[in-house]
Design a protein around this ligand. Structure first.
Ligand code: ZN
Length: 180
């Protein structure tokens, strides 16, 4: 399962969605509410392509460091933003920075999804390194973490989708991965 955090992005998001569409692949997008509100069109297109919508908070705080009421507000506002953009509320939740606890998990009221391959794309901003991280570690049922803001992440994703499909991997949503 390919997963993208912090979007919907602008031009980079368009390229990723084009790539998924051309390759008959899907991904799971963990949106922030602020971005979903800015680019409801991207959100809607992702949904139309069969991608899965995830909640990644309203404006990316560490949810364990704010009050439960504020955390609930972060989650609810984002659910509402995604629902109004594409007609469906998020079905999975990924905590920002991977920071969560029992309180946050129970507030989310949906599966809490981490990752098994961290591409560190935001850090390296290096296409070869990002591809290397995935190709060296990949096996069945992996959840790949990427971010849809950086040109380098997009470029790497285009090649990763191509190469993994050639190796016989199938891209599925996180939900399908869990249900398998
Ligand atoms: Zn994030």
């Amino acid at each position: 399962a390919l997963t993208y955090d912090d979007g919907p992005g602008d031009a980079s998001e368009t390229k990723i969605l084009d790539c998924l569409e051309q390759n008959g692949a899907v991904a799971t997008f963990f949106y922030t509410g602020t971005r979903a509100t800015k680019r409801p069109d991207q959100n809607k297109r992702a949904k139309t392509l069969g991608c899965e919508m995830g909640n990644h908070s309203w404006n990316h705080p560490q949810l364990t460091k704010i009050s439960p009421e504020a955390a609930q507000d972060q989650l609810t506002r984002t659910n509402d933003a995604v629902q109004s953009a594409c007609g469906s509320a998020p079905t999975v939740f990924r905590p920002c920075y991977g920071a969560t606890n029992d309180t946050v998990n129970s507030l989310a009221q949906m599966p809490v999804i981490m990752w098994s391959i961290d591409t560190l794309d935001w850090k390296s901003k290096n296409v070869t390194e990002i591809i290397g991280k995935v190709m060296q570690q990949i096996s069945d049922h992996d959840i790949i973490l990427m971010h849809d803001y950086y040109e380098t992440s997009v470029e790497a994703a285009l090649q990763i989708v191509d190469r993994l499909q050639q190796e016989g991997y199938e891209f599925v949503t996180v939900e399908d991965l869990i249900l398998e």
